[in-house]
Design a protein around this ligand. Structure first.
Ligand code: PMP
Length: 366
């Protein structure tokens, strides 16, 4: 790919030994080990995006007055690189992440990064760090692009005048080493994630900072994950932690699927969009509409609602087996992973790992 912005390579003089890479890949976990390199690109108002560099992974030095540390102009993305059967490396719909990153930038008054620089940064990092892409089933290299404001100024009446874009990468183990286990969820009415006009539809750091207390409350309530409801009526289901939700009504030929509509307060997941397409490929009707907690409980109890699952880049598809709220609890579909859930999961993972055909051209070689 050609881009007007040249990338300079300043390679690590001290890369991990092959033994160390093998040791990390034998037990990658999630988000604690990083590859040898990172990409950085700077922005200022005179030069725009400039100084694109592939350099050794390492600390970023910031003055204490740096605006991101005070006012939180910080956005990020999350996507994965998958080892393909022929040994090459490919990512899943990275243009979607590039576009969402631009929407996040606009909402946080951060300069937008061109799609071509975003995609080129992925290619540049994989070119030097491809040995860190795991090959075991369910494993991948998690890619984390982010932008922060770097102006050293406490002025709060305008956005910063300098920014740093960076891309780092971390080998990710299989979320499902112990099989696909349904999670339990807590319907949060004490905390909300996003309000109309706010930042719920983008990936800014503050959304996640504000979510930890609600996730901790879910755990106190004996649940694995928090489910967010709308901020005004505490009634409409939005999403689960960092994943979007799908509801399967009926079964077999008669299954039809509902997912909360994009109201501006939930994140438009790349996985959500892809699954809507796969559902339609399979012939399941899909409706994007509001779904209330009362409907969820009533339909689960009557048996009309047969499966619920959450989806996102990190954990792909996770079934939801049990729901708790301030007034009680109920199970969905007997608590086991359902047929539609497992079928969609198998298809998505097959496309990502190159074992199934890719009719929509979603995979992009890196
Ligand atoms: N909702 C939230 C709040 C998230 O952080 C994520 C992860 N990006 C998702 C949903 C799922 O999005 P995706 O499928 O693009 O990973």
């Amino acid at each position: 790919m050609t881009t007007s912005l040249p990338f300079t390579r300043n390679l690590s003089s001290n890369p991990a030994t092959p033994e160390r890479v093998a040791e990390v890949l034998a037990n990658p976990g999630f988000g604690t080990h990083f590859t040898d390199h990172m990409v950085t690109v700077r922005w200022d108002s005179e030069r725009g995006w400039h100084d694109a560099t592939v350099e050794p992974y390492g600390p970023v030095t910031l003055e204490p007055a740096t605006s991101v540390l005070h006012y939180g102009q910080a956005i990020f993305e999350g996507l994965k690189a998958y080892r393909q059967p022929d040994g090459s490396v490919a990512s899943f719909r990275p243009q979607q992440n590039a576009a969402r990153f631009q929407r996040s930038a606009r909402r946080l008054a951060i300069p937008e990064l061109d799609e071509e620089i975003f995609l080129r940064s992925l290619e540049e990092l994989i070119a030097v760090d491809h040995r860190w892409v795991p090959a075991q089933e369910g494993e991948s290299l998690y890619l984390r692009p982010f932008t922060i404001s770097t102006e050293a100024s406490l002025g709060v009446n305008r956005p910063a005048n300098r920014y740093l874009y960076s891309l780092i990468a971390s080998p990710a183990g299989s979320y499902f080493a112990g099989g696909v286990k349904p999670v339990s969820v807590w319907l949060s009415t004490d905390y909300t994630r996003a309000a109309p006009g706010g930042t719920g539809f983008v990936k800014c750091a503050g959304n996640y900072a504000a979510s930890f207390v609600a996730q901790a409350q879910a755990v106190e309530q004996g649940c694995d994950q928090v489910v967010w409801l709308d901020a005004t009526e505490h009634r409409w289901v939005e999403e689960m932690g960092g994943m979007n939700l799908f509801f399967v009504f009926g079964s077999g030929e008669n299954a039809h699927i509902v997912t909360p509509e994009l109201t501006g307060t939930l994140l438009p997941g790349v996985t959500r969009d892809s699954l809507i397409t796969l559902c339609r490929d399979f012939g399941y009707p899909v409706t994007e509409r509001k779904i209330s907690t009362e409907e969820w409980e009533k339909a689960a109890t009557s048996g009309e609602l047969t499966e619920v699952f959450a989806c996102g880049t990190a954990a792909v598809i996770t079934p939801v087996g049990r729901v708790r709220h301030a007034g009680g609890e109920f199970d969905v579909g007997g608590g086991d992973p359902g047929e539609v859930t497992m079928r969609l999961r198998g298809e998505l993972i097959g496309i990502q790992t190159g074992t199934h055909p890719d009719p929509h051209g979603w995979m992009r070689p890196l």
